[in-house]
Ligand binder design. Structure first.
Ligand code: SF4
Length: 465
């Protein structure tokens, strides 16, 4: 997906180490998770008495300089990178958020996901889309006459929706994941013994840490001087987000023990079997679709060419949401190597089409560079339904495939042909286990809010073209 047609909130990290610069290590982990959010970054550290907060708008390396990191001493840290959502681009949305329980226990909390309700409070679709859910979780914890561990044990079973959270107090680091495990969260050990919790394993690699295990769906993990302890606060009903496998996660991450790059390659292989094309070369919309394009090329026996080149130095937040500016954004982000495609029948593989503006522009770029034919292949199914679990696809109206057939989307995109991978193929390539496919099928693994605030476990599945 070249232009970040869709974003996600967010990436989280937590560290516990009695003898390390936890703020600096946390900032390094956040740099590795930067693809999960570029709007703002924040870190809270804790020593025996105090939690210290620092953060700002922009990339991690823009927010944290030497002076800021040097001032943040302690043995525990939690951090967060945030993607812009309807909650607005303001400093008030920078996480981690701070709270204090009625018993006087202070904590800092960072959240990846989107909550649909807490206790008897349901959140409307607009509220779910609008952010502020993390503050509601902090408020619910703060409302308890408990220490933080007690508050988490009391509140987490009542929380609905998607949450991978890290929580710091002066005496412990906590990590928890919703019963479906929508968003990833894993636990690792630093080379000299500290413990770390991060959204994706790439952050462990950056820190030289060893992957211990994933935080299990429905699990609360406590890390302190006594070690690491896990307990279930709810029965696990695993349904991790398949879109993480398709697009969001970094290809060098492991999800449930499987390398994302391999999953995407397999998606390309299955796509070539399901939707072959008579063509001369295969290329990818950089960067996330490259493994799928290579899989497609390998399976179809066509050469893979690097025809599209991405400018790595444009931040996502540069892009403004009007159609004109989206088109301009594609041209600023991606250029074409004419010699790779001139006079050739080209298969261009992308991992997803959400709003179509980006792919339309890519097709035009290839045609202007002399491609004889452009066949668009998508290594996921058509996105037809909103997401309520942490990805900012808020309404069907903004999804190009929600009320169009594949042929109609093909006309909009402007290629000589368009085909998607089937839902079955996508799930099979993603490992074949249980997964959320809600935005592709309209069937969600947990209750979703409706306009009337009536919660449905299932909605009518869409026809997959
Ligand atoms: S609805 Fe789509 S994006 Fe949202 S969690 Fe499910 S698969 Fe992921």
């Amino acid at each position: 997906m070249p232009l970040d047609e869709v974003g996600e909130a967010c990436g989280v990290a937590g560290l516990w180490h009695r003898d390390a610069d936890v703020a600096r290590l946390c900032s390094y982990a956040l740099v590795a998770l930067q693809h999960r959010g570029q709007e703002s970054a924040g870190v809270v550290t804790g020593d025996r008495r105090t939690l210290r907060q620092a953060g700002g708008m922009g990339l991690v390396q823009q927010v944290f300089d030497e002076a800021k990191l040097a001032a943040m001493r302690g043995h525990v840290a939690v951090g967060h990178v945030r993607y812009a959502t309807a909650g607005g681009s303001t400093e008030a949305n920078i996480q981690p958020l701070l709270g204090i329980t009625r018993l006087g226990s202070a904590f800092a909390l960072a959240h990846n996901g989107n909550l649909t309700g807490i206790g008897d409070r349901e959140r409307s679709p607009d509220a779910v889309a609008g952010g502020a859910d993390t503050q509601e979780l902090v408020d619910a914890l703060a409302d308890r006459t408990d220490d933080v561990a007690g508050a988490l044990r009391a509140v987490l079973p009542q929380v609905r929706g998607a949450f991978s959270i890290v929580v710091a107090t002066t005496g412990a680091l906590y990590a928890a994941r919703d019963p479906q495990g929508f968003r990833p969260l894993c636990l690792g050990r630093l080379p000299d013994g500290g413990l770390v919790v991060v959204s994706e394993t790439v952050a462990l690699d950056t820190l030289g840490a060893t992957l211990l295990r994933e935080v299990a769906p429905g699990e609360l993990v406590t890390i302190d001087d006594r070690g690491t302890r896990g307990e279930l606060f709810a029965d696990a009903r695993p349904a991790p987000c398949v879109f993480e496998r398709v697009y969001f996660a970094r290809q060098d991450s492991l999800l449930d023990g499987v390398r994302v790059q391999g999953m995407r390659h397999a998606m390309g292989v299955l796509l070539a079997r399901e939707a072959p094309a008579v063509a001369d070369v295969v290329t990818a919309v950089p960067d996330t679709a490259r493994p799928a394009a290579m899989g497609y090329a390998q399976e179809s026996g066509l050469p893979y060419v690097e025809a599209l080149v991405r400018n790595q130095y444009l931040g996502r937040t540069f892009i403004k949401p009007s159609d004109f500016e989206r088109s301009l954004g594609v041209r600023m982000k991606i250029n074409v190597v004419p010699e790779a495609v001139a006079g050739k029948r080209v298969v261009v593989v992308d991992d997803s089409i959400v709003r179509s503006t980006s792919m339309r522009e890519v097709v035009q770029l290839l045609r202007r560079a002399g491609a004889a034919e452009v066949h668009v292949r998508v290594s996921s199914a058509p996105v037809r339904w909103p997401c309520f679990f942490g990805v900012n696809m808020r309404s069907r109206a903004e999804l190009v495939a929600s009320d169009r057939t594949v042929a109609e989307v093909g006309v909009l995109v402007g290629g000589d042909s368009l085909n998607y991978l089937s839902v079955r193929g996508m799930v099979e390539a993603a490992g074949g286990g249980p997964a959320c496919t809600g935005c592709f099928t309209g069937v969600y693994p947990a209750a979703v809010p409706t306009a009337g605030h009536v919660h449905l476990e299932r909605t009518v599945p869409a026809q997959i073209g």
